[in-house]
Design a protein around this ligand. Sequence first.
Ligand code: FRU
Length: 540
Amino acid sequence: MNYYSDLKTFCLLVLAYAFTTACGGGTDAPPEGTGPPDTTALFTEKHRPQFHFSPKEKWTNDPNGMVYFDGEYHLFYQHYPDSTVWGPMHWGHAVSRDLVHWEHLPIALYPDSLGYIFSGSAVVDWKNTTGFGQDGSPPLVAMFTYHDPVAAEAGSDNHQSQAIAYSNDRGRTWTKYEGNPVIPNPGNIRDIRDPKVIWDDDSGQWIVVLAVGDHAEFWGSPDLKTWKKLSEFGKTLGAHGGVWECPDLFPMTVEGTGEKMWVLIINLNPGNPNGGSGTQYFVGQFDGQSFTPGSAFLPYVQKGNGVWIDYGKDNYAGVTWSDAPDGRRLLIGWMSNWQYANKVPTEAWRNAMTIPWSLTLNKTDEGYRLFPQPVKELQALRAATFTLDKTEIDASLGLTEQLGFSPRLSEMELEFSLPESATGSFGVELSNAKGESYRIGFNSATNQFFSDRTKAGDASFSEDFARQPSVAPRASKDRTLHMHLFFDVASAELFADKGATVMTEIFFPTEDFNQIRLFAEDGKAELLRGAVYQLKGIWQ
Ligand code: FRU
């Protein structure tokens, strides 16, 4: 985020005071009097996502520390338990056994005298390189950024450093390492944060990638405690519309070839082609020391250009799970944007995560590209199914009556034929009796997908929210166009052409969207087949 925004100034002035007076050093016990919140009225509030993770109450931003261990997917998250606006960061905590249903757990990491607990990652230390393990079981080790608000307020540029904590009880309680910080600020570097740790088998060491202002840095360690800087990447490559944040680095096997490539994810704020925060990535090689983009990738990341993982405005800070089973590469993002995250019209909580993705790396005409797909586990939420046969859409095809269920929580798979001569727009429209509507679809004239929330309800909280529809260039050249959509109460996620183009956006209708139709403008659209699934919520 932009730590110099008005909000930040406000937070730092008011909260740095509260922080210095209230935070003890080093312990991670909850302050007295804070128990788990009363859950009776939760998850039924207006705009509350029904199959996306959101905190029981109060603020969240980035997902953190995702690691799979002992049958559980851990999801920690940037959390301020005292307010619905950003403030002194903690790590909230939830676990899931199926990536669909989430159990909320007590806060895992509290701020202390070294600072707020900013974003980071977690790993299973299988070889007990840290020595933190007990009774032959490997510890979970989290690595995070300390952000010292007092030093920052005093004008220091040394206020961010990297630290670790460990758990020997499946992530339920955490002990901060007494030797923290393990990577002190190297000297007047304002932005150095969001450590993503991986074990690199080939070089036999831990690698951490850090976001450092306008570049990424790779550091290596034998034991997660002593670190040595290995290399830098990116000052002159990729998008640089804003500060680089929340990196990730992982190897992937290219679909169908068996070839091994490395993916480097870099979030940045601002810089999203549709405005605000966004996520770019690079594909290349990592040799245990430095990252080098592949030659086929280089032309796409010259002169400030980026390759984007999601063209919607509301998928930020996404990184992947460590130790995911079956060789899967699973990612989750924060379903918001720093342009307006502090102002969206929700009361009990603020912000949610995307649905989890499963990534594949495919070789396309443009070179290697990530193809995100919704995790298959989400299919367990399908309640009723409505199928659509081949049909021509002439202006409008209403579906509300036929479905027999509300599109409020739904999933759709639509296949269109795209004649060379096509010029019009087509897609799906959700609406309500108040005349509010949200549209997502494809414009044949511009060869772009679009997400249009300009008439979708409350947008008064920020001029940046619904200035214009967001657009995404179509990556696939196939004459059959595929749209896979997820609609929750306040969001839409589009996986087009099997993940070649992705868009995630939120919206805030003043009454639920319970009407749905397919539309075609400036020409007819050829639907080849379709399915609409009613989805169950995950909280009941
Ligand atoms: C990204 C970010 C991170 C930082 C965290 C603070 O959204 O700004 O760089 O660690 O949020 O909450």
